[in-house]
Design a protein around this ligand. Structure first.
Ligand SMILES: *[C@@H]1O[C@H](CO)[C@@H](O)[C@H](O)[C@H]1NC(C)=O
Length: 453
């Protein structure tokens, strides 16, 4: 089964096997990003900050991921990166002696005397959860991330130009730090991904979003809209957020920098309360499916199974796609054939007021290549997530989901994610949608250069 849980780093192992000398972390003005101390949030210029929008490709099934093509370097090259709201660090496969690099050489990233120094502030941000020592400030900055599915990436931080086009028409080319991964492991059941790396959208200081925010270029807000027909869009900034209709729930204070979590939420089935109450949920676009802890999972399986009694569906144990599948009298071609047998789930977030996230059958079922319909809510405890509950891509489809790190809240509204233009219309004059690569796929010749070095 092609199941991926990209977000949710389980831990960051100690990376620097260092001698004991504790090196005082001193930053010279030269290696410190010039804008790092400028508190972008209090800036009176915030109102003029606009947004960057990216086109998303991919689907829940059969691909199991949504990706953004990001231009990196100068001249820029495109890298397909897995959109992951569950982790911080963005990395690409590295053109260095490399294990687990699945891309052809010309699609690997080649460092060019641009390694981030160990004494760089960004390096300590990447090592927040571990002791960070530098034997010498000029050492390279190694990183390692391990994901919940036990996949991992190990490599070195580099800093390079990443061009961005904003919805107000301006283009910038800041230097952004990211990982160059030369040792990747993919979880056993998963075939190596077709992606070149991961786009970490978490709120840690090392994420691209945080770096753009520190440079005073963008509000600390990110949103995605993943379409059930495949594709969608991703954005940084406030501009694409509709002024009404969004349901906002506070991020949990315990929510670590790396995860976006909310709750508690009670589970409803077919409009009625269930025994599943008080779930804390992590919003993770890096996970293909939704995971509940064993107990909640079992309740959902029982509810759905009992609800199928007397209907013309049988268990399809021969379908290996996911743990629980059903087949009909004829094989299913699309969810519209199968969804009439199923009832909706809903999550009721109870604090501060009762808010609902509606989960229609489309938000928890897939139709497989074998023509059966399978349950896309899986047992998290069984795959080592313990009591974590994760709302993955399957349940995030056809919703605009917004992570507002300034107001510390998560919002959603159902949406046709097929077209970013429908969101831009009304709020902006037209040119953006069509001119110079709104999606950052092309590179206009001139940039406002905002080097930090
Ligand atoms: C356009 O948006 C960018 C990014 O938010 C900002 O840096 C720039 O100042 C804006 N330009 C104008 C003319 O407002």
């Amino acid at each position: 089964m092609d199941v991926k849980i990209k977000g949710i780093s389980l831990h960051m192992p100690l990376l620097f096997l260092l001698f004991s000398a504790i090196f005082p972390l001193s930053f010279s003005a030269a290696n410190k990003p010039r804008n790092a101390n400028k508190p972008a949030t209090q800036s009176s210029h915030n109102h003029r900050l606009s947004s960057a929008v990216f086109k998303v490709q991919g689907n829940v099934y059969p691909l199991g991921h949504y990706t953004v093509s990001l231009n990196i370097g100068y001249p820029p090259k495109l890298y397909d990166l897995d959109v992951d709201s569950g982790s911080d660090l963005t990395w690409v496969q590295c053109d260095a002696p490399c294990k687990g690099c699945t891309k052809p050489r010309d699609q690997l990233y080649k460092p060019n005397h641009n390694l981030v120094r160990c004494a760089d502030q960004l390096c300590s941000e990447v090592h927040l959860s571990t002791d960070h020592y530098c034997a010498s400030p000029d050492d390279q900055c190694d990183y390692e991330v391990e994901y919940a599915d036990h996949g991992s990436s190990l490599g070195v931080l580099v800093r390079d130009y990443i061009p961005f086009h904003f919805t107000n028409g301006s283009a910038v080319r800041p230097r952004i730090a990211f990982g160059c991964g030369y040792d990747q492991k993919y979880s056993g059941s998963t075939s190596p991904p077709s992606t070149a790396g991961v786009l970490g959208l978490g709120n840690g200081k090392a994420s691209i979003l945080s770096q753009l925010h520190s440079l005073g270029l963008i509000r600390n807000v990110v949103g995605h809209c993943l379409s059930s027909r495949g594709g969608g869009f991703l954005f940084f900034g406030y501009d694409l957020i509709p002024s009404s209709g969004i349901v906002w729930t506070p991020m949990l204070p315990s929510s670590s920098d790396k995860h976006y979590s909310s709750g508690p939420a009670d589970l409803y089935f077919n409009g009625k309360a269930t025994t599943v109450k008080g779930l804390e949920l992590i919003f993770d676009s890096g996970s293909s499916y939704t995971y509940f802890n064993s107990q909640a999972y079992q309740v959902v399986v029982d509810l759905v199974t009992n609800d199928l009694k007397g209907k013309q569906l049988k268990r399809a144990t021969e379908d290996p796609s996911l743990p629980i599948c059903w087949k009909g009298a004829k094989s299913f071609n699309s969810l519209s054939d199968a969804k009439k047998y199923f009832n909706p789930l809903a999550l009721h977030f109870t604090k501060p007021t009762n808010l609902q996230m509606y989960l229609p059958p489309e938000a928890y079922l897939i139709i497989t290549n074998h023509g059966s319909v399978c349950m896309g809510i899986l047992d998290g405890t069984e795959v080592g997530l313990e009591n974590l509950n994760i709302i993955g891509d399957i349940s995030l489809q056809d919703m605009l989901v917004i992570y507002d790190n300034e107001k510390r809240q998560i919002g959603w509204v159902s949406s046709n994610c097929g077209s970013v233009n429908s969101h831009l219309e009304g709020d902006f004059p037209h040119p953006y949608a069509t001119n110079l690569g709104l999606f950052g796929e092309r590179c206009p010749a001139s940039y406002e250069v905002t080097d930090d070095q």
